[in-house]
Design a protein around this ligand. Structure first.
Ligand SMILES: Nc1ncnc2c1ncn2[C@@H]1O[C@H](COP(=O)(O)OP(=O)(O)OP(=O)(O)O)[C@@H](O)[C@H]1O
Ligand SMILES: [Mg+2]
Length: 500
């Protein structure tokens, strides 16, 4: 007798108003395996996982666990069946502590509040110890960095005794060391009775962690292949349904540095930044490299007035400015794509057009309502240019797939027509095809004479895109390298200046 697979989905279909998110999709997870699930932004990956975890009900189809048909009609049922998920969008309560978030709905009973809290914290601490993660479990989740919040999500999923662990882009916010730590956790979780479904846009990760890979395209099943026998290019072709043209050709990596658009001198913050000084020129892509905690995101936030500045001067087109808020930065022509889109990037309840035109609203609207034909046309154009998958401009952004929500934030700043763009992790969560489009877009912006600060934790991306690279370490600038002379080693050497 053949043993049935750990989990099987047959003929799954799911429709949302205006969108057939899944049609007749099948998937099989074997015991002890890590199955990668890939596809372009909007292909239906998250939706399929939401059927498995009782968040959406399927229109048609059947799920089997160990060969037994099961009905998963609520997240609680999923949990009871041993299916645990780390969502792409965090499900954490900002004003609860780490421990409270992990055990929400499963709090210990009896005793007074303080006693229960102590027990909760003890359990949470033990959990993190087991996972080898350092974490203050009494900290409010809203105060944690994106990476730390990710860790809390992971711990929460692992705190249930799960048989099936689903990870929807768990590494989007993690750096290399954290990814390695996560992979160790996955290896530790994988036994003869468990399995993992792993969603990611980072192709090199699939090769490292997965046994087989299942590809979805436009809500349909394409194929499942053993990862070891399948090249990255092949997987990408299956995803996009054609062979992608090679990489965007990088522009000649030099720029006429005559006119500084932005001059930063001695910028310091109480928390981290120490006398940051650099110039940004017209038409330049200035890459910022460094390890997590080096201060790149802090610098971006200080520049747009999101965080208080302690000292130093900032000049825009030669005029000294004092930027006290992101809105004020926008008035000076500085757009900021924040690393934490969820908190600062989009209004989830609002529709596509409102979100995209938000920074330019006074220009396009009366009393908050978008009336202007030009605004509509501009939005339409950006949706096409960035290939944002949405049934209409009136779709609430919360209904878009994760990657398409990212594109909304980028579109928003393009609509504003800024002179200076600060992009913090512009390709996070973006699929391989759309990534190239975003690179092309950055190159085009630079060619039009816009100036770009690009922060990225993917060194390859920084090396490929930048005219010059600023390397930071522990709140200092430790090097400014020319794009033509920089390489991985040189950047890493500067990035670890103070930790050697
Ligand atoms: N709640 C919803 N209401 C309406 N449409 C939805 C909803 N959730 C998802 N969709 C649509 O279903 C399609 C599939 O979305 P899904 O989130 O599954 O994509 P994905 O493969 O996870 O993409 P990404 O890589 O961007 O995360 C998209 O067109 C999306 O707009
Ligand atoms: Mg998704």
């Amino acid at each position: 007798m053949v043993t049935p697979p750990l989990l099987r989905i047959e003929h799954a279909s799911k429709r949302f108003p205006g969108v057939q998110a899944l049609s007749d999709v099948g998937l099989e997870l074997r015991h002890g395996e890590v199955l990668a699930l890939v596809g372009e932004n909007g292909a239906g990956k998250s939706t399929l996982m939401k059927l498995l975890t009782g968040i959406h009900e399927m229109d048609e189809g059947q799920i089997y666990l160990e060969g037994r048909p099961v009905t998963i009609d609520s997240p609680r049922t999923a949990q009871e069946l041993g299916i645990s998920v780390i969502h792409q969008e965090f499900n954490l309560m900002a004003d609860l502590t780490v421990a409270q978030n992990i055990y929400i709905g499963r709090e210990p009973r009896g005793g007074g509040f303080l006693l229960r809290e102590r027990e909760l914290n003890r359990r949470a601490r033990r959990l993190f110890e087991r996972l080898g993660i350092t974490m203050d479990v009494r900290q409010e989740v809203g105060r944690l960095s994106v990476a730390k919040q990710q860790m809390v999500e992971i711990a929460k999923a692992l705190s249930h005794d799960a048989r099936v662990l689903i990870m929807d882009e768990p590494t989007a916010a993690l750096n290399d060391a954290e990814v390695t730590a996560l992979f160790r956790l996955i290896e530790g979780f994988r036994t003869d009775t468990t399995g993992v479904i792993y969603i990611s846009h980072r192709m090199e990760e699939l090769q490292r962690i997965s046994d087989r890979v299942t590809v979805l395209r436009d809500g349909c099943y394409v194929d499942t292949r053993p990862t070891a026998d399948t090249g990255t290019q092949e997987i990408i072709s299956l995803m996009v349904g054609r062979t992608l043209a090679g990489q965007t050709h990088s522009e000649p990596r030099s720029v006429n540095r005559t006119e500084p658009v932005l001059q930063v001198e001695g910028l310091s913050t109480k928390a981290l930044l120490r006398y940051i000084t650099f110039d940004l020129y017209q038409g330049e892509i200035l890459g910022f490299a460094g390890l997590m905690g080096a201060g790149r995101t802090e610098l971006a936030r200080a520049l747009v007035g999101a965080d208080p500045v302690d000292g130093g001067a900032v000049r825009v087109h030669g005029n000294q400015v004092k930027v006290r808020s992101p809105a004020e930065a926008a008035r000076h022509g500085i757009g900021h794509l924040s690393e934490d889109r969820k908190r600062y990037g989009v209004l989830l309840e609002q529709d596509v057009i409102t979100n995209i035109l938000l920074p330019s609203l006074p220009h396009y609207s009366t009393r908050g309502v978008v009336r202007d034909k030009a605004g509509r046309a501009r939005t339409q154009q950006l949706v096409r240019q960035l290939d944002i998958k949405t049934p209409s401009l009136r779709q609430p952004v919360k209904n878009l797939s994760g990657g398409n929500q990212q594109k909304i934030v980028i579109a928003k700043w393009l609509a504003k027509d800024c002179d200076i763009f600060i992009f913090d992790e512009p390709t996070r969560g973006i699929d391989v095809g759309a990534r190239e489009e975003i690179y092309q877009l950055l190159n085009d912006l630079a060619a039009q004479g816009k100036s770009i600060i690009m922060i990225s934790s993917e060194l390859e991306e920084v090396l490929r895109m930048s005219h010059r690279i600023v390397v930071m370490c522990a709140g200092h600038i430790t090097g400014v390298l020319d794009g033509t002379e920089a390489d991985q080693e040189l950047v890493m050497e500067r990035a670890t200046r103070f930790s050697a």
